[in-house]
Every structure is written in structure tokens, then in C-alpha cells.
Write a protein that binds this ligand. Structure first.
Ligand SMILES: Cc1cc2nc3c(=O)[nH]c(=O)nc-3n(C[C@H](O)[C@H](O)[C@H](O)COP(=O)(O)O)c2cc1C
Length: 351
């Protein structure tokens, strides 16, 4: 069937870095599936699931724990044990065998966690402010007030990011994405609601961005910066309460990201819409401040993806839920075949 939209732009290749050529502009967004085994090791079924989606220009793995202490959901995979690394090798080999590329999304949930994941100890965070509401995917549990991270904790966690980035390359990933979005640990430092510190990590934009830059400096000291991506959500209030002062933090940090030569910056939004405070969409806001490669995400359909690429608001489009529902998403778009709509009950199975 003739596609009524000119989708050529979605199928143009892109050089993410000299060692990384992407065959199209479609990125599979990171999608937590909670399907790792009880040791948080990726399974064969996960390897098959990712390999089925290798037509994407780039796959970003589900959020992956830099250490068990970063856990906040059941059965999320890690990348800190040798068993996890060797199982991830099966995943990356499967994707590479079908001509795909895959990054590992590195994750620490901070206070979006519960003492059930920490042998009864409180989770930790920049400040002692609990996430409101219930712990997802576990029955009848509410979030707890976290303990405040000490300088020692901060230094140790930076070391965990470095080790996890090295492990990811050992596991055959083409690069890593630091999960700095959606109210998890890095993002908790970047927002006034969750960061009430009065030391060098809080109280003003420069201090609030310090942890992010220390992680970036440490990771890019051991692996090439152009293999490191970063996901940010300047205006996605998942696990956090909004505060108008947050914008100044992102106004400060986004231009400074230009000096790293990163692989990309990736919008972390569920719906990438116009935000009054920013006077544009979050992706347009990132683009305004950041000159490198930008990945848009959040509710994109083929038409809006095309428009975003044509307007040069982003270079790549990440697709989340439609990729859960359609392992052959890329082929269907290319051939103008109807997509299977996403429903939440699909989360129970790795299609
Ligand atoms: C089931 C599910 C799991 C998700 N897991 C992650 C994750 O692990 N890391 C992350 O950064 N975003 C995660 N997200 C957000 C997606 O990456 C994406 O930004 C969001 O779904 C919006 O894109 P879409 O409208 O194309 O689905 C998740 C979303 C869903 C629906």
C-alpha cells in the first residue's frame, strides 16, 4: 500500500558517532519489563525480545541497575555481576546478528524504592522527602522517607556508574545511556522538591547539577564520551512535585552538556507536549540549548515523528509503548501496515 506520508526522513541513516552508524531514525525507547530472573539476570526470552526489535536504528535497553542497591522494582535486570554481563552478551549478540545497535540504560532509583529491596534498610536520596503514593508492581506498599546520602554515598555511587559503564561495554553494548530522567536518583538531585540540601549538592542550580556532572565526568573518563547518552526530563513530574525554580537548573545545565561531545540527549517524557513555562515542547527546549544529537520521545506517532524531524526539533524519535505492542514496528511503518494498539495487559508477556 502506498504510504500517504513521506516517511523517507524516518529511514535516513544517522552517524551517532564515527564508530556508530544508525540505519534509521527510529529508536526503541527504554522500557522496563520486570522479566529478569530472581538474581536480576537477563533471560533468554529477553534476548529474543530485543533481537526481534533489531530493525530499530538504535535500541535503548530497559533501565538496568548499576548495583542491587539501586533497585526499586521487582525483577529489573542489573549489570554488576559476571552472570548478568554474560547474559547481556547474549542480548547484544542477538541484536548485532540482525544488524541492530543497542545501548544500556544505567539506573539507580534512589528514593523511588523501598526497604524490601534493601534488607529492611531505608532507600537513600539527596534529601529526606518521600515519594508520594504506592510502590508500583508490589501489593499494598507505600513509599518511605529515604535517608540522606552522605558524601561517601555520593562518591561510591559515582564509582558504581563507572563500573556499570565498563561492564556494559564488556557485555557488547554499543554505548550507555545515563538515566537522568523520571524522578530517579540523578533527577532527584535536579529538582527542588527532592533536593533540599544545603551542601555543595543543593541550594542553587550549579550545586544541584553537580552530581550529574560528576557522574558524567567519571563515566566519560573511562569510556568515550561519544558512546554516552543522557536521558533528562526537565518537565516530567513522575515521582516528583513541580517547582518553578526547576527551569533555572535546566537552563544552567543544558548548555554545559555541549562541551562533552556526548552521543545524544534524550527527552524523557510520557507526552512531549507544549509546556507553558518553557513556551515549547520539552524536546524543543532541549534543542534550544543543546547543539548535539537530540532524541525526542513521548507519545510520538508516525506523523508527529515526521514533523519533528522535518522541523529539525530532533534527530531521532524514540518509540515506547508501540514497540511493546509491535515487535515489527519498523517494518509496519515502512510498509504502512496497521499497528496493533498497546494495552497494559501486554506487559505480562514478552512478545
Ligand atoms: C511499561 C513502560 C516501561 C518504561 N520503562 C522505562 C525505563 O526503563 N526507562 C525510561 O527511561 N523510561 C521508561 N519508560 C518511558 C518510555 O521510555 C517512554 O518515554 C514513554 O513510554 C513515552 O513514549 P511512548 O509514548 O512512545 O510510549 C517506560 C514506559 C512504559 C510504558
Amino acid at each position: 500500500m502506498q504510504n500517504p506520508l513521506n516517511i523517507d526522513k524516518l529511514f535516513e541513516p544517522l552517524e551517532l558517532s564515527p564508530q556508530l552508524q544508525l540505519k534509521n531514525r527510529i529508536v526503541m525507547a527504554p522500557l522496563t519489563r520486570s522479566m529478569a530472573d530472581d538474581e536480576l539476570v537477563p533471560t533468554e526470552a529477553m534476548a529474543d525480545y530485543y533481537a526481534r526489535r533489531a530493525d530499530a536504528g538504535l535500541i535503548i535497553s530497559e533501565a538496568t541497575l548499576i548495583a542491587q542497591e539501586g533497585q526499586g522494582y521487582p525483577n529489573t535486570p542489573g549489570i554488576y555481576s559476571s552472570q548478568q554481563i554474560s547474559q547481556w552478551q547474549k542480548v547484544t549478540q542477538g541484536v548485532h546478528a540482525k544488524g541492530g545497535k543497542i545501548f544500556s540504560q544505567l539506573w539507580h532509583t534512589g528514593k523511588a524504592s523501598h526497604s524490601i529491596y534493601h534488607d529492611g534498610e531505608q532507600p537513600m536520596a539527596p534529601s529526606a522527602v518521600a515519594v508520594e503514593g504506592r510502590v508500583p508492581r508490589v501489593k499494598d506498599l507505600y513509599y518511605e522517607t529515604p535517608r540522606v546520602m552522605t558524601q561517601e554515598d555520593i562518591d561510591r555511587v559515582i564509582g558504581l556508574y563507572v563500573k556499570a559503564a565498563e561492564n556494559a561495554l564488556e557485555a557488547g553494548f554499543d554505548g550507555v545511556e545515563l538515566h537522568g530522567a523520571n524522578g530517579y536518583l540523578i533527577d532527584q538531585f535536579l529538582h527542588w522538591d527532592s533536593n533540599r540540601r544545603d551542601d555543595q549538592y543543593g541550594g542553587n542550580s550549579e550545586n544541584m547539577a553537580r552530581f550529574l556532572f560528576q557522574v558524567l565526568d567519571a563515566v566519560t573518563a573511562v569510556i568515550p564520551a561519544n558512546l554516552v547518552g543522557l536521558r533528562l526530563s526537565p518537565y516530567a513530574y513522575f515521582n516528583l512535585k513541580p517547582d518553578n525554580r526547576d527551569k533555572a537548573v535546566f537552563d544552567y545545565l543544558l548548555p554545559l552538556l555541549n562541551r562533552y561531545g556526548l552521543a545524544y540527549i534524550h527527552t524523557g517524557m510520557f507526552k512531549d507536549r507544549k509546556i507553558d513555562l518553557l513556551e515549547c515542547t520539552v524536546t524543543q527546549y532541549i534543542r534550544k540549548h543543546y547543539q548535539g544529537t537530540v532524541i525526542a520521545s513521548g507519545g510520538y506517532e508516525v506523523k508527529s515523528a515526521m514533523q519533528t524531524l522535518e522541523q529539525a526539533d530532533a534527530d531521532l524519535i524514540a518509540i515506547g509503548r508501540p514497540f511493546i505492542a509491535n515487535s515489527d514496528y519498523v517494518e509496519k511503518v515502512q510498509q504502512n501496515k496497521p499497528l496493533t494498539p498497546y494495552t497494559e495487559d501486554m506487559l505480562a508477556t514478552l512478545y
